[in-house]
Design a protein around this ligand. Structure first.
Ligand SMILES: Nc1ncnc2c1ncn2[C@@H]1O[C@H](COP(=O)(O)OP(=O)(O)OP(=O)(O)O)[C@@H](O)[C@H]1O
Ligand SMILES: O=C(O)[C@H](O)COP(=O)(O)O
Length: 410
């Protein structure tokens, strides 16, 4: 892969695809937050991914490039939804860079074109959320290509630096680099360097901890992990499809009904191949998805029909930590519970501590997982690597060809 050091960028417009998909305070109602007007009022709760994007942007502007940053936020599904505006991210990016960031009110329209055209050398702009445009995520090559043409027209050079999104075959990740001279940014180079070690020589026992809420997205990686990991610990929203597959009631917990057969197959193959699945033995079950909802610890096979599991329970926390204690390599993606709400944060805390106490080579991947580690007060330096990619790092570890890396290599 070419890197930005191989590019001559002075005075040229460079489109940087970053991953600025940061957690924001919850939108309490569609189109607005707490009765306040939409857009910039939504606060960023963790700016880790913005900070991780700074070195590449700074290096490019330091060399006199006109830097046009593009990124997605959440999953607005091709529609303009103000609560997914990148406006607050532009403001934070400007604060961190110490220079104002021009914000384009659209992605490839009049505003984006005017902002890109008027950028001075060393200037930085951010386009509105790429996913407001249906072409960005379209499965139709022609539709994606047409949008990629318009995005590419905003710049002369493309730099891919959004590691967290390299597993997406999206226009800004896959199609634009095929239209412009391109290179990988420093974040992608650094992430690949660390994660490659986990695909080459893994020191065993190798434990993988999976949680979070993107269940159907991430279940597939287990297929491949069955041939690589010694132990797979399942918590977070992912756990309930496993518990259901084992015949337990899961109440109103997150559940992927159509994945039950797949999960049963994983459990069977785990037994055959000696890969141990570790599931929660107790959970914190709540009456509603809210911090102040009535909640309590119940056995994992006794979740009441009207309750949802929002965290692994204390016994599960101890069990998970014990199954990490003798590991030499641990990869963790996905919080064990809804850590953003204090009553459901203990499981994530227990697993984070378990990783640290194991003394293993530990990699934490994912936007929310990394945010959880910081928010719960852990020292980032206590982990071997904190990756900005969740799904991306999981798919990298699977050995899959990732569209965003493939496009940069071509
Ligand atoms: N039991 C649960 N029910 C519902 N949501 C859950 C549960 N456990 C965890 N979560 C939520 O999962 C979210 C994080 O999941 P996600 O799969 O996006 O992880 P991630 O680390 O951000 O990875 P990526 O970078 O791929 O998005 C958190 O916001 C958390 O509140
Ligand atoms: O949060 C992430 O993992 C990346 O930003 C990709 O987001 P996505 O899962 O919505 O494509």
């Amino acid at each position: 892969m070419r890197t930005i050091d191989d590019l001559d960028v002075a005075g040229r417009r460079v489109l940087v695809r970053a991953d600025l998909n940061v957690p924001l305070e919850a939108a309490e109602e569609p189109g607005g937050v707490g009765g306040r007007p939409p857009t910039a009022t939504r606060q960023i709760t963790d700016d880790g991914r913005i900070r991780a994007s700074l070195p590449t942007i700074e290096a490019l502007r330091g060399r006199g490039a006109k830097v046009v940053v593009c990124a997605h936020l959440g999953r607005p599904k091709g529609e303009v939804k103000p609560e997914f505006s990148l406006a607050p991210v532009a403001a934070r990016l400007g604060e961190l860079l110490g220079t104002p960031v021009e914000f384009a009110a659209d992605v490839v329209g009049d505003s984006a074109q005017a902002v890109a055209a008027s950028l001075p050398d060393g200037g930085v702009a951010l386009l509105e959320n790429l996913r407001f445009e249906p072409g960005e995520t379209s499965k139709d090559d022609a539709e994606r290509g047409a949008f990629a043409d318009r995005l590419a027209a905003l710049a002369e050079i493309y730099v891919g630096d959004g590691f967290g999104a390299v597993h997406r075959k999206h226009a800004s990740v896959y199609d634009v680099p095929r239209r412009l001279p391109h290179a990988a940014g420093g974040l992608i180079v650094a992430e690949v360097e660390v994660l490659r070690k986990l695909t080459e020589d893994v020191e065993r026992p190798y434990a993988v901890v999976l949680g979070g809420s993107k269940v159907s997205d991430k279940l597939g990686v287990i297929d491949n992990l069955l041939g690589k990991a010694d132990r797979i610990l399942i918590g977070g929203g992912m756990a309930y499809t496993f518990l259901r597959a084992k015949g337990h009631e899961v109440g109103t917990s997150l559940l992927e009904e159509d994945q039950l057969d797949t999960v049963r197959d994983y459990l069977r193959r785990g037994e055959e191949t000696g890969v141990e699945f570790v599931l929660p033995v107790d959970v914190v079950a709540a009456a509603a998805f809210a911090a102040d909802a009535d909640h309590g610890v119940v056995a994992a096979d006794a979740i009441p029909a009207d309750r949802m599991g929002l965290d692994i329970g204390p016994e599960s926390g101890k069990l998970f930590a014990a199954r990490l204690a003798d590991a030499n390599t641990v990869f963790w993606n996905g919080p064990m519970g809804v850590f953003e709400m204090e009553p459901y944060a203990s499981g994530t805390r227990a697993v984070a501590q378990g990783l640290i106490d194991s003394g293993a080579f530990t990699v934490v991947g994912g936007g929310d997982s990394a945010a959880a580690v910081r928010r719960l007060g852990f020292d980032e330096a206590a982990f071997s690597h904190i990756s900005t990619g969740g799904g991306a790092s999981l798919e990298y570890l699977e050995g899959r060809t990732l569209p965003g890396l493939q496009a940069l290599e071509d």
